[in-house]
Design a protein around this ligand. Structure first.
Ligand SMILES: Cc1cc2nc3c(=O)[nH]c(=O)nc-3n(C[C@H](O)[C@H](O)[C@H](O)COP(=O)(O)OP(=O)(O)OC[C@H]3O[C@@H](n4cnc5c(N)ncnc54)[C@H](O)[C@@H]3O)c2cc1C
Length: 418
């Protein structure tokens, strides 16, 4: 294959992962060309809940998953649903999810996620030191709410793991809950309070601001769809664009979020990447006097205070990348939120659906492709892409420079399911 233009580093995808990789590589002295087919922050990075969830070290594939999942699946608008038209397609992924919930795999997953989250917290602190980015990060604190004493007690093991990993939380009862967040329904008598919980107050603007920092250091962003990536035997890769252009680059980074699977397959890596769709509604700020991040843990959704208002959403729908959104899911979450926050004014909101790029073991894919060490993967961050973005940027720049990465990457390799 002949290239008709050249670049030092090409990054595919300008979501938060591509943005952070561009920023770090550019800081490392590399010259980045960031290719995006739609717009900067067009995917999951635009409308997520904004949480920097460093303590979330427990993979979704946890022992006991099979006890919870059927109950959730029975309610088509509940925390977890599978669109009938997608049932057969998602079956192999769910099988792998179940396999990953076995005790030994789960323990490996917790260890890998803990290392990743420590690095993520450290690297996000560096981002917080950048004056143009620090205003996007707020310390609002977290309140993890449970419907009953039984569900609070059932989560005790997870909290113990988080404590062991160095994250601090305080169990609180009704009086403290009321002080921390006035206006919650009386059923919430058991919660965990995280004083140091951080969040991004505008995920879309943050992604754009990180890109702007990369551009200020010399990166170039170009709107283009990448249709193929191929290795070059003498080193580097060739990136083919939909308009016929072929770019020869010394390093290629695939950060295409939920759309990365096909390009990875072209490079010889069959990765079980699926999308866990998530829905939310952003209400005007005056909809409720929200003091901090609220997690309704028995219902799989969160309410977060953002610059543009209050975002209510979460949950998981398996329906692939093509089926049309089902906004009854965001409406269902909103009506639950109105039950749990009786003073919430649920009118005037904006609905959104995003594609989480998810692997069955809740760990991202970070590392070289099978085809070439110069073609590096950075996708599959599932529910935690914003949280882990600064760490992924750092790891990608280590790999590109041939340095030993900040944490071992064995658990994140593309071929771990083959
Ligand atoms: C409802 C919801 C709530 C969430 N809440 C949180 C949260 O609170 N905290 C958290 O940490 N995470 C959260 N997440 C997850 C987080 O949003 C994602 O993990 C993260 O945004 C993934 O970033 P990304 O850059 O990999 O993908 P994306 O943001 O999807 O970006 C990928 C980009 O690549 C581009 N692209 C793809 N293929 C090509 C191609 N062939 N050529 C050119 N461009 C291409 C796409 O257009 C897109 O812009 C949430 C997700 C959802 C859906």
């Amino acid at each position: 294959m002949q290239a008709n233009t050249k670049a030092d580093v090409v990054i595919v995808g300008a979501g938060i992962i591509g943005a952070m990789a561009a920023y770090r590589l550019q800081k490392d002295g590399r010259q980045v060309l960031l290719l995006e087919r739609t717009a900067v922050a067009a995917g999951a990075s635009a409308g997520n809940a904004g949480i920097l969830a460093f303590p979330e070290i427990i993979p979704i594939a946890a022992p006991g998953l099979l006890l919870k999942a059927p109950k959730w699946l029975l309610d088509p608008l509940g925390p977890l649903s599978i669109r009938p038209a997608y049932g057969l397609k998602i079956a192999p992924w769910l099988w792998r999810l179940w396999r990953a919930s076995a005790k030994a795999s789960f323990a490996r997953g917790v260890a890998a996620q803990t290392a990743m989250m420590r690095l993520a917290a450290e690297e996000m602190e560096r981002i917080r030191d950048v004056p143009e980015l620090s205003a996007f990060i707020d310390n609002t604190g977290t309140l993890d709410l449970y419907d009953s004493e039984a569900s609070f007690n059932a989560a005790a093991g997870d909290w113990l793991e988080k404590e062991k990993a160095g994250f601090e939380f305080t169990p609180v009862g009704r009086t403290e809950i009321e002080e921390l967040q006035p206006g919650l329904a009386p059923q919430f008598r058991h919660a965990m309070y995280g004083r140091s919980g951080l969040q991004v107050n505008d995920p879309k603007a943050f992604t754009k601001a990180v890109c702007a920092q990369a551009v200020a250091r010399g990166a170039v962003i170009r709107m283009a769809e990448v249709v193929d990536i191929a290795p070059v035997s003498s080193g580097g890769g060739i990136v083919s664009l939909a308009d016929g252009t072929k770019v020869k680059a010394s390093t290629v980074v695939l950060a295409g979020g939920a759309w990365s699977k096909k390009l990875a397959a072209r490079l010889g890596d069959t990765v079980p990447l699926e999308t866990e769709r998530g829905y939310n509604t952003t209400l005007p700020e005056q909809a409720f006097a929200l003091t901090r991040q609220l997690y309704f843990n028995d219902h799989g959704f969160v309410v977060t205070p953002l610059a543009q208002g209050i975002r209510v959403g979460g949950a998981v729908e398996f329906a692939g990348l093509e089926l049309e959104p089902n906004y009854r899911r965001s409406k269902a979450l909103l009506s639950k939120a109105a039950r749990f926050l009786p003073d919430l004014n649920s009118g005037g909101g904006t609905e959104w659906m995003g594609f989480r790029p998810s692997m069955p073991d809740s760990l991202p894919v970070i590392g070289p492709s099978a085809a070439s060490r110069d073609i590096i993967y950075a996708f599959g961050h599932g529910h935690l892409g914003l949280t882990q973005s600064a760490a992924t940027g750092a790891l990608v720049s280590d790999l590109a420079a041939g340095r030993t990465p900040g944490i071992p990457l064995t658990a994140f390799r593309a071929g771990r399911f083959s």
